[in-house]
Design a binder for this molecule. Structure first.
Ligand SMILES: Cc1cc2nc3c(=O)[nH]c(=O)nc-3n(C[C@H](O)[C@H](O)[C@H](O)COP(=O)(O)OP(=O)(O)OC[C@H]3O[C@@H](n4cnc5c(N)ncnc54)[C@H](O)[C@@H]3O)c2cc1C
Length: 389
């Protein structure tokens, strides 16, 4: 579908898919380009699906805080890791937000602006450089089309493994006092690759408990894992009263980078465009950087020098992080994989933050490779085991 030059435009920015990526783009544009018209199309009735998104201190660049801060629902001063033989505290804000919060904030912004429209229940059947066709037959045009219809829409596979998990948001019978999340507790039976529990304490009587695997196999038996979490919760210190919500994820951790954006439209954003961290399967950091870019340049200069710099940066990070997956899923199995993760967390806090944020420097790359090597002395980098008083 190539629109003739006199085609009536329905919006400057036509955002296809109302998930994480396009929600971030909409919020960034609303702040930085208040005159721009935006039309967001989402197939479902709500934006954002069914997720809790968590992120670390550098994942959201400081410059993004103006438009992104309202999304943040929970903030903690750092997070805890527990391995069989050691514990580790990583300092630096750790934050979470839910799909409901994303939906709320985006709709609030749209409600105050006549030039921002959101259409839910709008399934797009095809998407091209200047427009989309919807399942009801309508054709809509935009000056810039961003296609971010999520992982099921053309995301390429790059071998490697998966971060897969089942998470239960639980109401607790007995309140617990936890000041920060547990990012990894590996003191559980190890199976299916590398296994750990992940815990987010939302309130004294409400936590998210996830059973997570770094596995070579994407298969996930949700019912069995769900029962397993309920059975193991007491051992983790939680008395579950009821399960409020279940979330399931099978996130690719490719061993070859799938990041290869085209320098032409439609711009493929989010997961489908490879805008995610191969080392974690998480996409918020890369999605925020794309939102920052699109909101910082005029619509006619999207593919200018700043775009090329951003793409080069993400490409280098993506190749390095995918290479780590090649090593981990190809050569480190079972107990060796657990050991590798424990060694990774010997690295200083700022290296860990840059790894998650896709801001790894050349020195960081060397340090990550070196600390992961089996011959590196174990006592090399003792770190804080728990938060400072
Ligand atoms: C359970 C889970 C937890 C995760 N947790 C984190 C986390 O903590 N931190 C992190 O950084 N990453 C996390 N991720 C990974 C990643 O951030 C998410 O997958 C993220 O939502 C990807 O963003 P996206 O915009 O590319 O796709 P999505 O958020 O999936 O959005 C795509 C949207 O497009 C819509 N859509 C699809 N097809 C059509 C169509 N034909 N027409 C119209 N609309 C359509 C979908 O309904 C959906 O709303 C998680 C993933 C999962 C599955």
């Amino acid at each position: 579908m190539k629109a003739p030059s006199n085609t009536r435009m329905d919006a400057d920015y036509l955002l296809v898919g109302g998930g994480l990526q396009n929600a971030l783009i909409l919020l960034a544009l609303a702040e930085r380009q208040p005159e721009a018209s935006i039309l967001l199309l989402e197939r479902e009735d709500a934006l954002g699906g069914n997720h809790i998104w968590s992120f670390q201190t550098l994942d959201l660049p400081a410059s993004a805080m103006g438009w992104a801060a309202p999304l943040i629902e929970y903030r903690w001063p750092g997070y805890q890791l527990h391995f069989r033989e050691s514990s580790r505290w990583v300092e630096g804000t750790y934050s979470s937000m839910s799909s409901e919060q994303l939906d709320r904030v985006v709709r609030q912004v749209a409600a105050t602006r006549a030039n921002i429209r959101i259409e839910t229940g709008a399934a797009v059947t095809s998407c091209d450089a200047r427009g989309v066709t919807l399942s009801d037959g309508r054709v809509l045009h935009g000056r810039l089309v961003v296609d971010a219809r999520g992982p099921d829409n053309g995301a390429r596979r790059g071998g490697g493994g998966y971060q897969k998990f089942v998470g239960l948001e639980c109401r607790l019978r007995q309140p617990v006092s936890m000041s920060a999340p547990i990012l990894m507790d590996t003191r559980c039976d190890q199976r299916d690759g590398f296994r750990f529990h992940y815990v987010l304490p939302f309130a004294e009587d409400r936590v998210l408990i996830e059973d997570t695997y770094f596995s070579n196999d994407p298969a996930l038996d949700v019912a069995t894992l769900r029962d397993g979490i309920v059975a193991e919760a007491a051992g983790l210190g939680f008395e579950i009263e009821s399960v409020l919500r279940t979330e399931v994820g099978v996130l690719p951790m490719p061993s070859f980078s799938t990041f290869s954006p085209r320098h032409r439209e439609p711009l493929q954003g989010g997961y489908a465009g490879g805008w995610f961290n191969p080392g974690t399967g998480y996409s918020l950091a890369a999605a925020a950087r794309l939102a920052e870019h699109l909101s910082s340049v005029p619509i006619d200069a999207v593919y200018g020098p700043a775009w090329r710099r951003l793409v080069r940066h993400i490409r280098v990070q993506s190749h390095f992080l995918a290479f780590l997956n090649l090593l981990m899923f190809g050569f480190f199995h079972d107990a060796q994989r657990a050991k590798l993760m424990e060694r990774f967390y010997l690295l200083p806090d700022d290296v860990v933050h840059r790894f998650f944020a896709m801001e790894t420097t050349l020195v960081d790359m060397w340090r990550i490779m070196w600390v992961g090597a089996p011959w590196t002395p174990k006592g090399w980098g003792k770190r804080a085991a728990c938060p400072p008083d």
